[in-house]
Write a protein that binds this ligand. Structure first.
Ligand code: TXA
Ligand code: MG
Length: 332
C-alpha cells in the first residue's frame, strides 16, 4: 500500500498521481465529508471489479458514482427521464450539492452499468470535501466521467472516517490512501431514490428527511429497509432481512437505556462478561462525527460486549439510530 499523503491541501503532483491511478484502473482511498471511499474509475470494468473484489462485496450491490459538479451528473442520467423526476433532481441538487446527499436516477442506457450493479438506475453524489472536489474536478478535466466509491471498508464492517481506518481495514492492498483528515459528517450520505413515481428515502443521513420534503414540497416515502428507531428494545425480535447486519463491530453490541445501564453492567460483571460503554453526549452532529471512530476503538479493546447508551428518539438522530440498530446484536 502506498503511503498516505498527509492531511491538508494536495500538491499538483499529488493530484496528478491520483488521476493517473484512476486512469490506470487502480484504486484510491478518497476522503469525503461523510466517510472515506474506495474509489476507482466508474467507466472501467476492471477498476469496478477490483473495488468489489477488495471489499468482498456482492457484485449485484450497486455503487455510488461520484462527480465533481452537478453538470458532470448529466452524462449518467437518462435524458428521456420524465420531467417531474428531473425537476425533483434539480431542486435537490440546487439545495444540497455539493454535500452528503446521494440521488438515484434512471441511468442513461449508454452509460457504463458495471458500477450500478447492472441496474437501470444510477446513484449519484457530489461530495463537498475540498480534497474530493479537487480530485474529482481534475478527473473530469482528464475526460473522466465519474468515480465509483463505496465506503472503504470490508463488506458489512464499520465505515472509515480517517485515513488510519482505511489502512487498518485493507493492510497492504494496492490502494493509494489520500489523507483528508477526519470526516466532518462521519455517517454515510442520505440516499433518496428519484427513479420511481414517488421519491423515497433509502438511507437516512445528515441531510434530514424533513429538509428533503421541505425542498421538494411533497412527502418522501421511507423505505421499509430504513431501521426504525421506534423498535428500540434491543431484545425485541425484528423482521429478518430488513436489518441485515451492517456497519458492525466484531464485538457483540447492545443498545440500552441510560436507566438500564447500571443493571446491565452489574449483570455483565456477575457473569464475568467484559463490557465497555459508549455513552451518549453532545448533539447528533457531534455524536455522528465520532461514532464510527469510537466503535472502532471500543471494538479494539478486546471486550465481550459493547453497551451503547440509547440516544434521544428525535428526528435529527434518525441516521444514528439506523446505524446503531444495524450494528447491534440481535436475537435470532
Ligand atoms: O457517503 C457515502 O455515500 C459514501 C461515500 C464514500 O461517498 N459511500 C457509500 O457507498 O456509502 P456504499 O457503497 O457503502 O453505499 C452505497 C449504497 C448501497 O446501499 C447501495 O445499495 C445504494 O447506495 N445504491 C447505489 N446505487 C444504487 C442504485 N442505482 N439503486 C439503489 N441503491 C443504490
Ligand atoms: Mg458502505
Amino acid at each position: 500500500m502506498t503511503q498516505p499523503s498527509g492531511a491538508g491541501p494536495l500538491t499538483e503532483a499529488q493530484v496528478e498521481a491520483v488521476v493517473e491511478r484512476w486512469r490506470q484502473g487502480r484504486l484510491v482511498a478518497l476522503p469525503t465529508e461523510t466517510v472515506y471511499g474506495l474509489a476507482g474509475d466508474a467507466g472501467q470494468e476492471r477498476a469496478v471489479a477490483e473495488i468489489f473484489r477488495i471489499k468482498g462485496r456482492p457484485a449485484d450491490h450497486p455503487l455510488i458514482v461520484h462527480v465533481g459538479s452537478p453538470a458532470d451528473a448529466d452524462y449518467w442520467i437518462d435524458a428521456q427521464t420524465d420531467a417531474s423526476r428531473l425537476a425533483r433532481f434539480r431542486t435537490l441538487v440546487r439545495q444540497f450539492w455539493p454535500g452528503p446527499l446521494t440521488l438515484i436516477m434512471p441511468r442513461r442506457p449508454q452509460a457504463p452499468a458495471f458500477a450500478c450493479g447492472g441496474q437501470a438506475s444510477v446513484g449519484l453524489r457530489c461530495p463537498s470535501h475540498p480534497v474530493a472536489q479537487r480530485l474529482l474536478a481534475a478527473f473530469a478535466a482528464a475526460d473522466g466521467h465519474g468515480i465509483a466509491a463505496p465506503s472503504a471498508n470490508r463488506f458489512g464492517r464499520i465505515s472509515p472516517t480517517r485515513a488510519a481506518h482505511v489502512r487498518d481495514e485493507f493492510g497492504d492492498a494496492d490502494i493509494l490512501i489520500v489523507d483528508g483528515g477526519d470526516s466532518e459528517v462521519g455517517l454515510e450520505s442520505t440516499i433518496v431514490d428519484l427513479s420511481r413515481d414517488r421519491p423515497s428515502l433509502l438511507r437516512p443521513g445528515s441531510v434530514a428527511l424533513q429538509a428533503i420534503e421541505q425542498a421538494l414540497g411533497e412527502p418522501v416515502a421511507v423505505s421499509a429497509n430504513v431501521a426504525d428507531p421506534s423498535v428500540v428494545d434491543a431484545d425485541a425480535p425484528r423482521a429478518s432481512g430488513t436489518l441485515a447486519s451492517h456497519y458492525a463491530p466484531h464485538t457483540e453490541m447492545r443498545i440500552v437505556s441510560a436507566d438500564e445501564l447500571p443493571a446491565r453492567l452489574a449483570a455483565a460483571q456477575a457473569d464475568a462478561v467484559r463490557a465497555v460503554v459508549l455513552p451518549c453526549a453532545g448533539d447528533a452532529a457531534a455524536y455522528g462525527r465520532r461514532l464510527y471512530a469510537r466503535l472502532r476503538e471500543l471494538d479494539g479493546q478486546g471486550a465481550d460486549l459493547i453497551l451503547v447508551v440509547a440516544p434521544p428518539r428525535q428526528a435529527d438522530w434518525q441516521a444514528i439510530w439506523d446505524r446503531l440498530l444495524r450494528a447491534s446484536t440481535r436475537d435470532a
